[in-house]
Design a protein around this ligand. Structure first.
Ligand code: FRU
Length: 505
């Protein structure tokens, strides 16, 4: 592999990174004081963040890049922000990794779009989408960048390395995900063929010359209009394709489980599922940890074209926007579905463990709880549905006289509703899904509350990530049981209250 960058290209990139870094540094100390800043979710030090990019383990650290506008808290002018971690939960912010610096990727309504990275020998190699809009015409091409230390990147002098094949849509040809199989490199790229959403597949021996191997799989008109941020990876003896479909109603992160045929480069799937059913989880990316676990993070926000979108929340008023979800581990269940749980490393953030014991939530009596500071906490519930005779249980979080977030567990109809209609002044609506019970007929639920979000893990198969921007004084937590009593066991932990608790700089 011979990667090369001219001195002039390097200087241009360094200049753009320097400018962007200065812009962020000028405000980051003030931004850090924002009252809606998260306690233990990774956020940009300032300004805009979207999709996770290039998530990888390289030379002893997890590296997580992200779509970033370092000049304002709205989407534009895409750069790659960068943080790394030894344990997935404590982070070090690094200088911006990629900035638009070349004619092929410099564009206010574009720039260095999403992509992925792989470890190739001693190098970390990135494939990202260069997005240009010229005279009203949008084109997307795949470009290569690399680094020896995982911090400083160079762009390949002969970029782009992948042009859009003729049969695909050059305005929708983005978000490459690379992996290695045998001695060959592969990458999938989201696109459209005759108007139908699809993933194209390419193969390479050196990461520079890519051969188009056709369409890995297409939506047949049933799975939205474009599959953003595809990720394709082996799990047990199967392959998983996950993506964020555009225009598929309330579904915004889908997975397909099936078989990969490397001779034909075609993927045939049998099972379909939803990765996250909350309001705010998009463009997730996975990586394989050194111990073999498949770890996923997603962008904890949503786009304005989504049916329930009512705004990016209160954070942009504080000159930042969005954060990453907590890391999740995914496995393939015997039921053929993906199973999700918080990555074990989340336990490193716990303090003040409380065993709240066996609780009886009597019919229509508010059962108040104190878990840590009632804002930054993890709460684990095991609900005994054999002893419970209630029809439903409501969990009220971030409650006050003027704000309330409600998770309703309807045991009778086996439905869960996340209601943020009264959570704050900007994020509205309810989201409903079937309630997944454990194989013994009981219900387990893990709830992560942070300054401005709630993340739920229900049973093995349902996750809901939701941003809420409640005031600090909205900090009451209570259960209320309807139609009978609910019997549950509860454990709780205080979680970090301030980003300083999880960042080293
Ligand atoms: C998804 C997405 C990607 C694109 C990036 C641009 O959130 O639209 O498809 O690469 O954001 O920031």
């Amino acid at each position: 592999m011979e990667f090369y960058q001219t001195e002039a290209d390097k200087q241009r990139l360094d200049r753009q990174i320097g400018r962007a870094t200065q812009s962020v540094n000028a405000v980051k100390d003030i931004v850090a004081q924002g009252r809606f800043r998260q306690g233990y979710h990774l956020m940009p030090p300032a300004y805009w963040m979207n999709d996770p990019n290039g998530f990888v383990y390289f030379k002893g650290r997890y590296h997580l890049f992200y779509q970033h506008n370092p000049y304002s808290a709205v989407w534009a002018n895409m750069h790659w922000g960068h943080a790394s971690s030894e344990d997935l939960v404590h982070w070090t912010h690094h200088p911006i990794a990629l900035a638009p610096s070349e004619p092929y990727d410099t564009c206010f309504r574009g720039g260095c779009y999403s992509g992925s990275s792989v470890v190739a020998g001693e190098k970390l190699v990135i494939l990202y989408t260069a997005n240009l809009v010229e005279h009203g015409v949008q084109t997307q091409k795949q470009c290569l960048a690399w680094s020896d230390d995982g911090i400083h990147f160079s762009k390949y002098h002969n970029n782009p390395v992948i042009d859009c094949p003729k049969e695909l849509d050059a305005a929708n040809f983005r978000d490459p995900k690379i992996w290695k199989h045998g001695n060959l490199w592969y990458c999938v790229v989201a696109s459209k063929i005759n108007g139908d959403a699809c993933c194209a597949i390419f193969r390479s021996t050196d990461l520079i010359q890519w051969e188009y191997k056709g369409v890995l799989v297409r939506g047949e008109g049933k799975l939205g209009s474009m599959w953003e941020c595809p990720d394709f990876f082996p799990l047990e003896d199967k392959y998983v394709l996950q993506f964020s479909p555009m225009n598929l109603g309330v579904y915004k992160t889908i997975y397909l489980v099936g078989d990969m045929d490397y001779d034909t480069c075609r993927f045939t799937w049998k099972t379909k599922g939803e990765i996250d059913a909350g309001f705010d989880f998009y463009g997730p990316q996975t990586m394989q940890a050194p111990d073999g676990r498949r770890i996923m993070v997603g962008w904890q926000n949503a786009w304005d074209w989504m049916p329930w979108f009512s705004g990016f929340g209160a954070a942009p008023m504080e000159n930042w926007c969005s954060c990453m979800s907590i890391p999740r581990e995914i496995t393939l269940g015997k039921d053929g579905l993906l199973h999700f749980k918080p990555a074990d490393e989340m336990k490193l953030l716990r303090s003040s463990a409380q065993d709240l014991g066996l609780l009886k939530c009597a019919k229509e009596i508010k059962q108040n709880l104190t878990v840590g500071d009632n804002i930054h906490f993890e709460l684990h519930l095991d609900i005994d549905l054999h002893l419970t005779n209630a029809d439903s249980l409501q969990i009220h979080i971030r409650h006050s006289d003027f704000e309330d977030t409600v998770i309703q567990l309807d045991f009778k109809n086996q439905v869960l509703t996340f209601d943020r209609s009264h959570s704050d002044f900007c994020m509205k609506g309810t989201m409903t899904r079937p309630l997944p019970l454990n194989s013994d007929g009981n219900l387990s639920l893990d709830l992560f509350s942070d300054t401005s979000s709630i993340e739920l893990f229900v049973g093995d198969t349902l996750c809901m990530d939701c941003a809420i921007f409640a005031e600090n004084k909205s900090n009451k937590l209570f259960f209320e049981s309807f139609g009978g009593d609910t019997i549950l066991n509860a454990h709780s932990w205080q979680m970090p209250r301030n980003e300083k608790d999880i960042t080293n700089n």
